[in-house]
Design a protein around this ligand. Structure first.
Ligand code: AMP
Length: 644
């Protein structure tokens, strides 16, 4: 990668997304004209008139119309990406848009009879961020580092990368959000001199030899000169906790854990459920209308945020037909309802510390990331758990995007004195005889890495072996997630136990897995690429990318049509004014011709879909009215002379 190349860092959040970059002055969030770096991760779709394509709004505009356009406003899509319908069943009652099962255990969002994949919706958000960056930087942006929750599995990572590709971005690296946050935190620390190993690495290359796996867990590193920190990331939809060691510019993730279904949305739901129950008890009605559901969701979030500042807040919900639900909620009551969720995060904090063989006393800092860490109860419980107040100097909304930009800068060779060593959050393996999970790569192994294992056949003359690739921590294959299956066939018939099949797992720096298998005696091999059971095929990603480019072209066309029509309106109107003023100075035939030209051009502007034709007609109209314009100018000058 050349040193001039720009790679942006993107935090593709459940609630908000941000884009950042690094220049000589350091990392910067790219902000809108109001100074806000956040783009709400919300998409609104309105049907196009007369068969025209649907109009898509993104960000603040979509969020502002979420209530009246409830069925066609998509939010929290990050909860759906890379998932099957079964995985998100408990989210369904809270969504005001329609979700159905897609092919290969994916989910799809249905709006006005058209189906959108979560990747497509995410791609629209990513495209908006790409365009924001291009406007700001004044040049095309084609590469990005995108962050994901550390606990995202292979399917969710692949889906995120696919969304990037569909948005016209090459995703050069997927980085875990807490790791990105630690990078942003680390850059704020006093930077020690570069470490020889990292500094010697050629720019743009992964400076690591690929270690073989399973490696010994990196945990247990005693804190010497550097710092060991916990990154506690509680966002809109997900929770992540990671322990990192920061030393001499090297960021080593020691352990990580999380819950992809625990975040601010769940705290909102505590209020939603309270209101729903009380409305039902008081009025005997259930809140089912999408607009009321959306209004309640918006209200619940606002109340929750108010309770971070105040000790009580008012809730008021118009139920129609002169029924208004009203009540006051105290912070204590709200905290009582959400306490079990906060405790769940602390249980995971305990787990990562155990994985890293550390205790809270070994940590120098607990860094907070994610909007939900503004909640007083969260801060209080973290302080109690880690035995020190959390570090809050970084803006929890921006820290991940800044870290992503720093990683982008490392990858483009501009930050040769820093190195990021991430780990895989979940164990990977294959199903062995009897339905057990045979782990090849254990969780918290540093990536990139490679693991191989040999297997054989159980039946004489067996010519094919099915390999089921699994991800998860449980012992039984049925309790782990199947990432995909493939068959190594064409084996020469041999006695049971004779074939030697070597399965190789290659986990890249993005945490994305490639699996291959080879029978060593015959040399027969199956080159397979894991297409996740939950995910899009390559062809589908390409289709989305094509369509999004087509949509972009349609958007450009729509824009050009509006510009041309405005120009026609302006030019014909000006010409009419000119005719009224100096038309009597023209020959009657010329005047009549110009009047006909005005009518013809206006008609064409309304009727034609050929924008080039309209452009040509507009140019010809300009030529045809030149004489009139000259007379107009001359008359104006003469009049001016007289007035002087
Ligand atoms: P993130 O995914 O990091 O953008 O976090 C967004 C989540 O943080 C949403 O659920 C917000 O409602 C929540 N949030 C933002 N500000 C506050 C606040 N002051 N108090 C409580 N929750 C907040």
């Amino acid at each position: 990668m050349s040193n001039d190349e720009i790679i942006v860092g993107i935090d593709l959040g459940t609630t908000f997304s941000l884009v950042a970059y690094v220049d000589a002055a350091g990392p910067h969030i790219i902000r809108d004209e109001n100074g806000d770096g956040r783009v709400p991760s919300v998409i609104g779709v309105t049907p196009g008139a007369n068969g025209a394509p649907p109009q898509v709004t993104i960000g603040w505009t979509a969020r502002a119309h979420a209530i009246e356009n409830a069925r066609a406003t998509v939010y929290s899509v990050k909860r759906l990406i890379g998932k099957g319908l079964e995985d998100i069943r408990r989210d369904l009652p809270y969504l005001s848009y329609a979700v159905s099962a897609g092919p290969r255990d994916t989910v799809q969002i249905e709006i006005d009879g058209r189906r959108y994949t979560p990747e497509e919706i995410s791609a629209l958000i990513l495209r908006a961020l790409k365009e924001r960056a291009e406007r700001h930087l004044g040049r095309p942006v084609e590469k990005a580092v995108i962050t994901v929750p550390a606990y995202f599995d292979d399917a969710q990572r692949q889906a995120t990368r696919d969304a990037g590709r569909a948005a016209g971005l090459e995703v050069v690296r997927i980085v875990n959000e807490p790791t990105a946050a630690a990078l942003a935190y680390g850059i704020g620390l006093h930077r020690p001199p570069p470490r020889a190993r990292a500094a010697a690495s050629p720019p743009g290359h992964t400076p690591l030899p690929i270690p073989s796996c399973p490696t010994a867990d990196a945990g247990g590193v005693a804190a010497h000169a550097g710092q060991t920190v916990a990154v506690y990331d509680l966002g809109g939809g997900t929770f992540d906790i990671s322990i990192l060691r920061l030393e001499d510019g090297v960021f080593q993730v020691l352990s990580t854990a999380g819950d992809t279904h625990l975040g601010g949305d769940d705290f909102d739901r505590a209020i939603i459920n309270l209101v729903t129950e009380e409305v039902h008890a008081q009025y005997g009605v259930s809140i089912t209308a999408p607009a009321t559901k959306q209004a309640l969701r918006t209200l619940a979030e606002a109340v929750k945020i108010r309770l971070s500042e105040q000790t009580q807040a008012e809730i008021e919900l118009d139920l129609g037909r002169d029924r208004v639900y009203r009540r006051t909620i105290t912070r204590a009551e709200f905290e009582h309802r959400i306490a079990p969720l906060v405790e769940q995060t602390l249980t995971l904090c305990g787990q990562v510390l155990r994985d890293a063989q550390l205790t809270p006393a070994d940590l120098e800092q607990a860094i907070l990331v994610g909007g939900s860490t503004r909640m007083p109860l969260v801060r209080q419980r973290i302080a109690e758990f880690f035995g020190r107040p959390p570090y809050t100097a970084l803006n929890p909304d921006e820290v991940v995007a800044l870290g992503a930009a720093i990683q982008a800068s490392i990858l483009s060779g501009k930050q040769a004195d820093m190195l990021l060593l991430d780990v895989t959050p979940l164990s990977l393996g294959i199903e062995t005889m009897g339905g057990a999970m045979g782990k090849l790569i254990v969780r918290n192994t540093t990536i990139p890495c490679r693991a191989t294992e040999k297997f054989t056949t159980f039946v004489d003359g067996q010519t094919a072996i099915k390999i089921n690739v699994l991800q998860g921590e449980r012992e039984l294959a049925a309790d782990c997630r199947s990432l995909g299956e493939f068959v190594l066939d064409g084996l020469p018939p041999m006695a049971a136990g004779m074939p030697k099949v070597e399965v190789e797992f290659l986990l890249d720096a993005n945490g994305i897995l490639n699996v291959s298998a080879k029978e060593l005696r015959s040399g027969q091999q199956a080159g397979i690429q894991i297409i996740p059971s939950h995910g899009l095929t390559r062809a589908e990603v390409d289709r989305i990318a094509r369509e999004s480019i087509q949509f972009a072209q349609r958007d450009i066309d729509a824009h050009r049509r509006i510009d041309l029509r405005n120009q026609v309106e302006f030019d014909t109107h000006k010409t009419e004014q000119m005719l009224a003023r100096v038309g009597h100075l023209l020959a009657p035939e010329e005047r009549a011709r110009i009047e006909q030209d005005i009518a013809a051009l206006r008609k064409l502007a309304q009727e034609t879909s050929d924008l080039d034709e309209l452009h040509r007609a507009l140019t010809a109209f300009g030529h045809g009215t030149l004489h009139l314009a000259e007379i107009g100018i001359r008359e104006a000058l003469v009049k001016g002379d007289k007035e002087e």
